[in-house]
Design a protein around this ligand. Sequence first.
Ligand SMILES: Nc1ncnc2c1ncn2[C@@H]1O[C@H](COP(=O)(O)OP(=O)(O)O)[C@@H](O)[C@H]1O
Ligand SMILES: [Mg+2]
Length: 236
Amino acid sequence: MLVAHGLTKEYQSGTQTLVVLRDVTFKIADGAFVSIVGPSGSGKTTLLGLLAGLDTPSRGTVTLDGVDLGSLDEDRRAKLRGEKVGFVFQSFQLIPTLTALENVQVPLELSGAVPMREATARARDLLARVGLGDRTHHFPQQLSGGEQQRVALARAFVNEPRVLFADEPTGNLDGTTGEVIVELLMQLNRERGCTIVLVTHDAALAARTQRTIRLRDGIVVEDVFHPAFDAAVASL
Ligand SMILES: Nc1ncnc2c1ncn2[C@@H]1O[C@H](COP(=O)(O)OP(=O)(O)O)[C@@H](O)[C@H]1O
Ligand SMILES: [Mg+2]
């Protein structure tokens, strides 16, 4: 369970206080597939960063599997992220000097959870699943934006996170590739019970998720469930 309670994020600029998120409260059940939507500047990326423990709120709490992230120091939060959280950044943030395969392996090497050979096998498997089985030795600059996005997705999944956060994961993809990514997210959500929270501009994509939380000016203005999701999952 992921719980946001009274989340508020403010930035101080001179004498002005900019309120980016205001009193955001919701619960996300284990295994849920949630989309966060809203206009540009409404606080979506900020909210995702707070939920993932990458950033700290001005007020309020985020609780992941019963642990209040605010009670942890930065080292412990980083450890928890490594164990439980996957994150796909809007800008990919791949390491330019590493191949696709090496980029995907990095989180496993850092956690030391599995032997090197298994880390490589898992990374290969995930790259194949995102349709990049023949691009494992390419460097990021040799890949298109959509391909880099898929490497970033494979990297986020390699540690088998409990929760995956993805900031506009289909934003740089053409319709067909976007569709592949959505199918993949739905499969991983169902097969591994991984909770997925994704930010999207794409209304059609949001409608395919289980639940949509809509932000406007840092406030939750809508929170709806889509019954079609469970029917779609049942037919996968
Ligand atoms: N580090 C920061 N300092 C000051 N303002 C920020 C900072 N980060 C984000 N903001 C402001 O917070 C608001 C929400 O940003 P963001 O969460 O990126 O929105 P979205 O992802 O919905 O487009 C924007 O007005 C942005 O300018
Ligand atoms: Mg954003």
